[in-house]
Design a binder for this molecule. Structure first.
Ligand code: NAD
Ligand code: UFG
Length: 339
């Protein structure tokens, strides 16, 4: 028996693969490598001493998925595959809807045909839209502000409808908050292509000298210091959340949704200062205007995951900053060879 990870060569998928292998389960990955390198899985294999079979193919390609299910006995699936850049989704909505929704639909059809019914889905806190009441609970009304978010919202709905119609399905929707950091070995981590959209990888590239300074997007938000507040979660805590979700899926039919966050928000400047202190470096920054579409504050109520998944985030902001920098320092060009 093996767990199929669609998009498993990516940032969260590779860390989750490592966790699952260390827990004694086998994994198989299907990834089209549109935003990943096979080197990540080679290193997961090196760290765990276990094989990580990689099928290079698209999750919307039924034949590619069928080949995986024909070759391996898959009993559970984690569906990471998807495009995830918010700004890009605004510029290229059709590409995002086509990629993310086709992948979800095709995967479900193939799972059903192969009698595989346990599915864990990568959703996002972005489905809460612009709600101002914090902390965010799973019962709050949803609404998105960009096509990427709508693909998550729609995929959640598709999976709910499916588990309603076919009671053999066991679906767990995981709404991630802001995953950062890397495995403590410094061998795997986040490897964004081009200019990073997200705060932590941008800070890492500034400190490593690849970029001149950080732009802090606005210091006039109604927060402690005026900068945006987010619920940063260590990627290894997140990966462990997937193990808990797989165990939950095994036992529970229908669809259940969980926030995966720490429940604590930090501002941009708090993160910058923590990074400087933990790593003994300077992060040059400049305050610039707000980034369109950003909200002031976003953090989770993770109580449901604590109670039902028996999981909670253990790693601190200092751990996140230390491990992110350890990865960046040891891999200044990510998974690519030095130029
Ligand atoms: P990532 O880009 O590193 O991983 C996604 C992987 O999916 C990549 O390896 C990419 O090559 C692959 N992929 C994309 N489309 C595919 C397709 N059609 N067929 C096969 N493979 C495909 O991103 P990540 O940060 O690891 O995110 C994993 C999932 O979690 C995504 O669905 C993302 O939307 C979601 N998520 C991420 C964050 C975050 O901040 N990183 C937050 C919330 C939700
Ligand atoms: N920020 C900066 N400078 C940067 C990058 C970010 O000041 O160069 C600020 C942002 O304004 C925000 C905070 O840092 O206040 C975090 O920004 P990120 O881009 O790292 O993360 P977001 O919360 O904006 O977005 C993340 C994911 C999205 C997801 C969203 C909601 O990247 O995919 O969380 O869950 F949709």
């Amino acid at each position: 028996m093996a767990v199929l990870l669609t998009g498993g060569a990516g940032y969260i998928g590779s860390h989750t693969a490592l966790c699952i292998l260390n827990a004694g389960q086998d994994v198989v990955v299907l990834d089209n490598l549109s935003n990943a390198s096979p080197e990540a899985l080679r290193r997961v294999s090196e760290l765990t001493g276990k094989d990580v079979p990689l099928f290079v193919g698209d999750c919307a390609d039924k034949d590619a998925l069928n080949r995986v299910f024909d070759q391996y006995k898959i009993d559970q699936v984690i569906h990471f595959a998807g495009l995830k850049a918010v700004g890009e989704s605004v510029a290229q909505p059709l590409r995002y809807y086509r990629n993310n929704l086709d992948a979800t639909l095709t995967l479900c059809e193939v799972m059903q045909a192969h009698q595989c019914f346990d599915l864990v889905f990568s959703s996002s806190a972005t489905v809460y839209g612009t709600i101002q009441e914090m902390p965010l609970r799973e019962t709050f009304p949803l609404g998105c502000t960009n096509p990427y978010g709508w693909t998550k919202f729609m995929s959640e709905q598709i999976l709910r409808d499916l588990s309603h119609a076919d009671e053999r399905f066991h679906v767990v929707l995981l709404r991630y908050f802001n995953p950062v950091g890397a495995h403590e070995s410094g061998r795997i981590g986040e490897d964004p292509s081009g200019i990073p959209n997200n705060l932590m990888p941008f800070i890492c590239q500034v400190v490593s000298g690849r970029r001149k300074e950080l732009s802090v997007f606005g210091n006039d938000y109604p927060t402690r210091d005026g900068t945006g507040v987010r619920d940063y979660i260590h990627v290894m805590d997140l990966a462990e959340g997937h193990l808990a979700a797989l165990a939950y899926a095994r036992e529970h039919a229908g669809t259940e949704v969980f926030n995966l966050g720490t429940g604590v928000g930090y501002s941009v400047l708090e993160l910058v200062h923590a990074f400087e202190e933990v790593n003994g470096v300077r992060v040059p920054y400049r305050v610039t205007p707000r980034r369109p579409g950003d909200i002031a504050t976003c953090y989770a109520d993770p109580a449901k995951a604590t109670n039902l998944l028996h999981w909670e985030a253990k790693r601190s902001l200092a751990d996140m900053c230390r491990d992110a920098w350890n990865w960046q320092k040891n891999n200044p060009n990510g998974y690519h060879e030095a130029q």
